[in-house]
Design a protein around this ligand. Structure first.
Ligand SMILES: C[S@@+](CC[C@H](N)C(=O)[O-])C[C@H]1O[C@@H](n2cnc3c(N)ncnc32)[C@H](O)[C@@H]1O
Length: 823
């Protein structure tokens, strides 16, 4: 279309919205100048940029009138009521949360501990953890995670993504400025700005960089420069999906259909993000020079906060802008980017004792960009065909989640459902009479996923229940694109917790109990292992030789043709496929180790610490320890990026999980809310790293508990010969743990297998226990792993539980017999 007709069309469209040509033309002219006559940016999303600019220009007019009036008033004119200001694009916005990874004998896993005085232990544990390599957060994050009904009152509390972990309030405006040509072109293609306040730097840095060793705090105070510096990543990160802008996609059709998944924001968050991001976009598209910026800074000198702005574009660029605002900025001079980076580097090196030889502020910023993109696109899911993103276009009215009762609104064909849907003799769905506008396939997809995540699956676990659930889920696929009926579903649950992680994981992990009145579990949710006092886990950089890491790599190691040094552990070949799934042959060998340990390399120690711990007086015969296969992931010291496909476990949980009360007497269990392919990472087993001796003492101290949560790390025994009791390490998730503590046991045909993952230590004394799927797992299936319990071994001081796994290969003969008799 010729430019003139484009302009005429724009004016006509704006005219339809009540803006006269007189108002539209100057704004349009400015925009064309700003965007280098690139109509694409102006036209997209039905002239959204133009509308925003018009509103802004109108606001400015009103503001000018107000100022003039005030001036006139101060000169003695009579007071008149001020005209109400229209919504301002750049100011008075509220917070927006960013959207944002045995086998053998019973000895391999000890399930003997009991925790009687949990609260006492938590307090004690907390106190004693001063020497931990990972410092536990001594603040509200450390309050027990799943406690009592108080948690339900936390509704509306912002859910923080890994990036926006701080969950801090925002100040009311944001500036991204640069005179740089490249930056201005970047600005013009921006689609999203997310603003974080940099109040709690250590936390946000820790989360952003996923630092696995000691947390390196983010610079406490950013340099007092008014013009923010902008970091432009040299190449678009390779793991991103073609055409995907992350976060808020301004082009709903283009992007949301590519990334149909919606992160569960509650109503408040959604409405905040709706309002905020559109405003931010409009604001950030402006490219101001330092003078303008200065003027605006002074205008807003009431604000005294530092902020980090992160923006991504449809061209898959990420921009980070750090702004420090101060009211005392009279003699401002813009520094060069290099000098700023240099100063910050020096500050980091000095103040935070960062001794990494290759530390660079620029790299840190790049990592931030990559983390941001990773969080937005959750590449793991993308690779598995379950793309995820947060979209503000996703019809905010459609989803609202509030405390105990959450409500979903979705669209199904009125021909199919009319009236009520009953489920288990109760009304599950009522048909309301509103007609939704424009609920298309994108929304349907979102809704379908939400239905899965939130409600229907919570109503039972039998196959029959599942079928009904699925049937209801399927109904939405029959929906017509626009005509339909809004179905309002309410779920009243006696025991429901929105997120047991309290925002620590990338996705919420809800807990639901529809079975009984079992009290909610009490423990501290932690995302990473913490080292208890006596456990010897020293993460020394010096021990990590260059042979152990790929310092020359850049980006995603898995995509390079020649595997890097990290693949050395798995015979020069990476254990992961490019999408992050464990390779078939590798997975199969880990599964077969568990099924048939005798066929594998077993190490028998002469004086088995495990047997010793069972009974101090007797030195029982070692039952053998598996010489395990390890996955080595690229590490902190490696040159590759945070998005590297060889950092699957480090990136944390990306699967949609739910803790639920099992119907078969196993207590709480964990299930997936989405189909998972074979070889997919589910979660790490996280807990306190304690010595075998400490675990034994804990068990003695705390008897009578129904459920226990320890796991033994025994992989080093073959390499170092006999380990002393105090050296053999265990993970105890009883008081401090993550979601893996809810995974129940299943004999032999469990759908998860544990694989040891080496991250920060080259020996196998300490490592990460990661769970991967042994086969394709359907949504709503309970996740299980084989604890390796020998139910015939009665020498153990604590009796093994009566296995209710229901597997045809159940090793608990008594349980099997009992079940048969019942049948
Ligand atoms: C790591 S916890 C698993 C979560 C636990 N169900 C809960 O409610 O917290 C291990 C405990 O769960 C129970 N459990 C796990 N698998 C079981 C099974 N197959 N049969 C019976 N109880 C089981 C046992 O009490 C065991 O000590």
């Amino acid at each position: 279309m010729a430019p003139n007709s484009k302009a005429a069309k724009a004016c006509k469209t704006m005219g339809g919205m009540g803006y006269s040509g007189k108002v539209v033309k100057p704004v349009l002219k400015n925009l064309l100048k700003l965007y280098d006559n690139n109509w694409k940016f102006i036209e997209e999303e039905n002239y959204r940029v133009l509308i925003d600019a018009i509103i802004e220009s109108e606001d400015n007019k009103v503001a000018r009138v107000t100022v003039e009036k005030k001036n006139a008033l101060s000169e003695g004119e009579p007071d008149e009521s001020e005209p109400p200001l229209k919504r301002s694009k750049s100011n008075n916005q509220t917070d927006q949360s960013a959207p944002s990874c045995h086998n053998s004998p019973q000895n391999d896993i000890i399930t003997i501990g009991n925790m009687k005085n949990k609260v006492e232990n938590q307090a004690r544990g907390k106190k004693n953890m001063a020497e931990s390599s990972y410092k536990l957060r001594q603040d509200e994050d450390m309050k027990p995670t799943v406690i009592c009904q108080k948690y339900h009152q936390d509704k509306g509390k912002n859910h923080s993504s890994p990036i926006s972990h701080t969950g801090l309030e925002q100040t009311k405006e944001t500036h991204l400025l640069s005179n740089d040509e490249y930056v201005s072109s970047l600005i013009s293609s921006e689609k999203r700005i997310i603003t974080y306040e940099t109040g709690d730097h250590s936390k946000s840095y820790q989360d952003l960089c996923n630092a696995v060793i000691e947390s390196v705090p983010f610079p406490d105070s950013l340099p007092n420069y008014k013009v923010p510096f902008v970091v432009v990543p040299p190449d678009p990160p390779r793991l991103l999906l073609e055409g995907g802008s992350c976060g808020t996609c301004s082009d709903a059709n283009a992007n949301c259909s590519t990334f149909p998944e919606l992160i569960d924001l509650d109503a408040e968050e959604i409405s905040d993000s709706m309002g905020k991001s559109s405003d931010l976009e409009g604001h950030h598209f402006e490219c101001m020079d330092s003078e303008q910026f200065k003027a605006e800074e002074e205008e807003n000198s009431v604000l005294n906060a530092s902020k980090i702005d992160i923006a991504s574009s449809s061209r898959r660029e990420v921009k980070i802008s750090l702004t420090y605002k101060s009211s005392l900025q009279s003699h401002f001079q813009a520094p060069s980017l290099e000098s700023v980076l240099k100063q910050v580097e020096e500050k980091c090196l000095k103040s935070y004792k960062i001794t990494l030889p290759g530390f660079s502020m620029l790299k840190l910023m790049k990592d931030m960009c990559e983390c941001f993109l990773a969080a937005c696109t959750a590449s793991n899911g993308i690779e598995q065909g379950v793309p995820r993103t947060v979209s503000k276009e996703c019809n905010p009215q459609a989803i609202s989640v509030e405390g105990v009762d959450h409500q979903l609104t979705f669209c199904i064909n009125s021909d199919i459902l009319n009236g009520l849907v009953n489920y288990r003799n109760r009304t599950l769905i009522e048909v309301a009479s509103q007609t939704p506008h424009g609920l298309g396939p994108i929304h349907m997809d979102l809704i379908r996923r939400h239905m899965r995540n939130y409600n229907i699956d919570g109503y039972g676990c039998s196959d029959k229940d599942k079928k009904i659930s699925r049937k209801i889920i399927e109904l939405d696929s029959l929906a017509s694109s626009s005509a339909g009926v809004i179905i309002v579903q309410k779920q009243h649950s006696s025991n429901y917790v929105q997120d047991i992680t309290k925002g620590q994981e990338a996705y919420r992990i809800p807990l639901i109990n529809e079975i009984n009145e079992e009290p909610l579990p009490t423990f501290y949710y932690i995302q990473h292992n913490v080292v208890y006092q006596n456990a010897y886990v020293k993460f020394l950089l010096a021990r990590m030789s260059d042979d152990n890491c790929c310092s020359n790599c850049f980006g995603d190691c898995l995509s390079s043709e020649i595997p890097c040094a990290c693949a050395g552990e798995t015979g020069g070949e990476f254990a992961y496929m490019p999408g992050g799934l464990v390779k078939e042959k590798y997975l199969e060998s880990c599964i077969s180790m568990n099924h048939d340990p005798q066929q594998h390399n077993l190490f028998y120690c002469k004086d088995c610490p495990l047997e010793r711990t069972k009974d101090k007086r007797l030195s029982g015969k070692c039952k053998g320890h598996l010489v395990r296969k390890f996955i080595k992931e690229c590490w902190y010291k490696c040159g590759c990026s945070m998005l590297c496909g060889n950092r699957v476990v480090q990136r944390g949980i990306t699967a949609r999980l739910q803790v639920f009360m099992t119907p078969g007497g196993k207590g709480w269990g964990l299930r997936t809310l989405e189909d998972m392919p074979k070889g997919a990472f589910i979660c790490e087993y996280v807990g306190e790293v304690v010595t075998n001796t400490e675990l034994f003492e804990r068990n003695v101290r705390n008897t009578g508990e129904k459920h226990t949560y320890p796991v033994l790390l025994d992989a080093d025994w073959s390499s170092e010969g006999v380990l002393k009791d105090e050296e053999a390490l265990c993970l105890d998730a009883t008081s401090y743990g993550n979601v893996a503590r809810f995974i129940n046991h299943r004999c032999s045909d469990a759908n998860l297998v544990e694989i040891p993952v080496e991250v920060e230590t080259p020996d196998h004394h300490y490592y990460h226990v990661a769970f991967f799927t042994t086969r394709k797992v359907d949504a709503l299936e309970e996740l299980t792993w084989d604890y390796g319990i020998d139910f015939d071994d009665h020498s153990h001081p604590v009796k093994a539980f009566k296995c209710q796994c229901g597997s045809e290969f159940c090793r608990d003969r008594k349980s099997k017999k009992r079940r048969k008799l019942r049948l």
